[in-house]
Design a protein around this ligand. Structure first.
Ligand SMILES: Cc1cc2nc3c(=O)[nH]c(=O)nc-3n(C[C@H](O)[C@H](O)[C@H](O)COP(=O)(O)O)c2cc1C
Length: 170
């Protein structure tokens, strides 16, 4: 599978088979995150891998009751160890660094026959309390993952290229 094929195939999966994800596959996804680039190579990503069914349900509750989050066999809490490092351009590093690592996970998952969904609708304080995440650590995203239970939409709903790209000048 080429990178472009993987990108085209990835879609948000919100329904999962009741089937565990093999440890080898889980480790391969975490390895894909570990190899991501990061500003100044700080590698501040940290992941809490939630597999216990009861805890997954509680985390889903903290994710605005999006039940499918808890129905996935694995939920990743994707965290940043610090939130104060900025690049010279002024942008904070941690959301960007986390996004790259999480995207690596979501694309590697496609190649392994797994589905994922980015979850930004959650209450960080509740997730931190449930998972014992230290105060200074930020939870940037949740990511349920597992074997997709339905085919989902085939076509991507996206703006045309000429509405998002400016050539040479804005
Ligand atoms: C940062 C981010 C946060 C998101 N949060 C949620 C969420 O809380 N719940 C949800 O069902 N989908 C969430 N999504 C999924 C988007 O709705 C989805 O990516 C978008 O509609 C495009 O569809 P596709 O992923 O199938 O290509 C999120 C996506 C991103 C990138």
């Amino acid at each position: 599978m080429t990178v472009m094929e993987t990108i085209k195939l990835r879609k948000s999966v919100r329904s999962f088979e009741d089937r565990p994800v093999e440890d080898e596959k889980l480790n391969a996804l975490l390895e894909a995150a570990r190899l991501a680039p990061s500003a100044s190579n700080r590698q501040e990503w940290r992941f809490v891998v939630v597999r216990e069914a009861e805890m997954r349900k509680k985390v889903a509750g903290a994710a605005n009751n999006q039940a499918f989050v808890g129905e996935a066999p694995v939920v990743l809490a994707c965290c940043a160890e610090s939130d104060n490092h900025r690049m010279a351009c002024g942008q904070l590093c941690y959301p960007i660094d986390l996004a790259i690592a999480i995207d690596h996970i979501s694309l590697a998952a496609v190649e392994l026959g797994l589905g994922t969904c980015w979850i930004g609708a959650f209450q960080e304080d509740k997730v931190k309390s449930l998972l014992g995440i230290p105060d200074e650590v930020r939870v940037v995203e949740l990511m349920p993952l597992g074997y997709p239970a339905d085919a989902g939409p085939k076509e991507k709903s996206r703006k045309p290229l000429d509405s998002i790209v400016h050539w040479d000048r804005w």
